[in-house]
Design a protein around this ligand. Sequence first.
Ligand code: 5GP
Length: 177
Amino acid sequence: MIFIFSGPSGVGKSTIIDAIRQKRDFQFSVSYTSRNIREGEYNGEDYNFVTEEEFLRLIDDDFFVEYEKYGRNYYGTSKNAVNNSVGSLILDLEVNGATKLLASNPSFTGIFIDIDDEELIKRLKKRGHDEAFIDERMRLAEYQRSFMDKFDYQIKNKDINTTVNKILDIIYSLEER
Ligand code: 5GP
């Protein structure tokens, strides 16, 4: 089974995915990106970090099942990651790549994770972002929400444990089908 997670940035997607993977043996699709590595990230684990030039070459080589430019950077999922997956696989994608992949693969399950505006603002402030950045992120969140109904499930993340349990329930119910 392949699960595509998406939603506005700052909703806690990575924390949720990590928590799910601690409870269940899910593979995670490690994407390729041209963005710089951040502190605490590992190459090959969080992303495969490549230069923009390398990324563009991979596009030419038809290496990706999907890729997008998000902000100033490229992000893409290799065909390998999807085609050679064993067991269940989780993908964490921005909305454009996520909805395209869902549209062309009806057997994939799309999970959109959202959060209340007030909570999102609180989190962004906590990360030290200024008002202009927060305004921009809120506008982006509205755009991202416009894709929400293209996903099979929409979940509002109010409390991490509740969210993780809701997602695990969805997975169990799909497994029983
Ligand atoms: P970040 O730079 O914060 O790690 O990720 C930015 C955005 O890129 C997130 O919304 C994440 O879901 C998305 N993303 C990560 N990998 C991929 C990918 O392979 N394809 C697409 N379309 N989006 C990705």
